[in-house]
Design a protein around this ligand. Structure first.
Ligand SMILES: [Zn+2]
Length: 479
């Protein structure tokens, strides 16, 4: 293993990426970037029955959306490929033979029936019931042609073994409690723990960062690293993320899949930021950090071990804060894919002005349409607002004064148009809600909405005057 930091994210293509998985990818990505190392994606697809067609591609899409760009992976290759575990069976085989030759593993000739009868309470580590470890006829190196028909077991030492965890400190366990576990099944397939370690060794992974759910795999994996490599990577087990009900994070407890967040238009930096706070903190009370800040400051030494709770409201808030930090031009670009053009055929500077009017209300890019209706209302909303205006005392005089004041403007900006409305109010002695509500009703079909000056700038002079004229006509017709 080199001194370069190499982290890996190892998803299984069995379904969609959920937030818990993405959090693991976030930590691996940030740590690799912090140390100018490599972030590797290895697809663990050996459980063929559970693999879903298209799932791998969707995982890549989700990672790319989150901006977690990987340096090596099945789609882009790299010096340690292949990056799909199912394509690495030869390497697993080689490593198993290596262990056999060194006497760290042995062939187990027990039949399935024997194995079944010997199964102990710890189902994952039954050990060998037939005493194969001590039988010369099966011990030692495999004959030419491999290990066909035999399972290969790892010979677990009978002593206390300690593993250092970057988050949890030292974890100790006794070899006796593990039992000699199978690393290669009799059909030649590697078991989960062995495939993972064989691949981590071959890919020179320096940091294994994953969820606390993997703690139970760690003793076996540490032993395998010792035997294959003579040393171990840094292990870091991040705290479990719980749903608000205290149960495991799931869709049922309000955890959206990554695809849903993408569809709704959460700010990807906000999502990455929020997920980084599930188990880590920058050491002060900051909660909104840019990607650059996260890369600079991420530190496993400040990761906590206690369970953490997913809070969808907080996620939304962090997303809104990242949106607030964008320039309006960038924000306009970001909302464009979500824009319902059939309702809001806005282009270029028109879109930028419209976004400027509503930007403080956005928590996601996808909310753009909902808020634009307050700038560009539907005809039905305008019609009913005009009915309302008809019944409002003095609305005609007020709208006429505002119209004249706006029509007399030489330029047209949020400031000048807003000021023109206020000065018209002064002339006729109306201000506050009495002034703004009728104007808003005439323009937006609603009494409340974004800053009036910005709305005026967004809809433009011609449309503003047209709307005021139409409202006036209705009010006068009803008078
Ligand atoms: Zn055996």
């Amino acid at each position: 293993m080199t001194s370069t930091v190499r982290t890996r994210f190892a998803p299984s293509p069995t379904g969609e990426l959920h937030l818990g998985n993405l959090r693991i990818a976030v930590f691996n990505f940030l740590l690799a970037r912090r140390h100018a190392g490599a972030f590797v994606v290895r697809v663990e697809d050996t459980d063929r029955e559970r693999n879903r067609p298209g799932a791998e591609e969707r995982i890549f899409e989700d990672l790319a959306w989150a901006g977690l760009h990987w340096d090596e992976g099945p789609d882009r290759g790299g010096p340690f490929g292949p990056y799909r575990q199912s394509e690495r069976e030869g390497i697993h085989h080689e490593k198993a033979i290596e262990l056999l030759e060194r006497g760290a593993a042995y062939r187990c000739s027990c039949s399935e029936a024997e194995l079944d009868s010997g199964r102990t309470a710890t189902r994952d580590s039954p050990g060998c019931p037939g005493g194969c470890r001590d039988r010369a006829d099966v011990a030692g190196a495999a004959p030419e042609g491999g290990v066909d028909g035999f399972a290969i077991r790892f010979a677990v030492p009978d002593r206390v073994i300690s593993v250092k965890d970057e988050v949890r400190g030292d974890i100790s366990f006794h070899g006796r409690d593990i039992g000699d576990f199978v690393i290669l099944r009799s059909d030649g397939r590697a078991t989960y723990n062995f495939a993972v370690v064989a691949d981590d060794v071959a890919m020179e992974i320096s940091h294994v960062i994953r969820g606390a759910g993997h703690l139970s795999n760690t003793p076996k994996q540490a032993l395998l690293f010792d035997a294959l490599l003579g040393r171990r990577p840094h292990f870091a087990h991040l705290p479990t993320v719980l749903g608000k009900d205290g149960g495991k994070l799931s869709k049922r407890t309000g955890a959206p899949g990554v695809e849903l967040l993408r569809r709704e238009g959460f700010h990807p930096d906000g999502v990455v930021n929020y997920l980084s706070l599930l188990g880590w903190s920058p050491g002060d009370d900051r909660e909104v950090l840019t990607r650059e800040e996260l890369i600079r400051e991420i530190d496993l030494a400040r990761a906590g071990a206690s369970d953490t709770v997913f809070d969808p409201e907080k996620l939304r808030w962090v997303s809104s804060q990242h949106i607030a930090g964008m320039s309006t031009e960038k924000l306009a670009e970001a909302v464009e894919p979500y824009l319902d053009r059939s309702r809001f055929p806005l282009e270029g500077v028109e879109l930028v002005r419209a976004v400027e009017a509503i930007r403080t209300r956005l928590t996601t890019f996808g909310e753009v349409n909902e808020h634009l209706t307050l700038v560009f209302p539907e005809a039905r909303a305008l019609a009913s607002a005009r009915e309302e205006l008809m019944r409002e005392e003095g609305a005609g005089e007020l709208l006429a004064a505002v119209r004249d004041s706006l029509a007399g403007l030489s330029g047209w900006s949020a400031d000048s148009a807003g000021e023109a409305v206020r000065s018209a109010g002064k002339v006729i002695g109306v201000r506050g809600a009495g002034l703004f509500h009728p104007v808003r009703l005439a323009l937006s079909g609603s009494r409340s909405g974004p800053d009036l000056g910005k709305v005026l700038e967004a809809i433009g002079r011609d449309r503003t005057l047209e709307l005021l004229d139409e409202a006036l006509a209705r009010v006068r017709a009803g008078a």
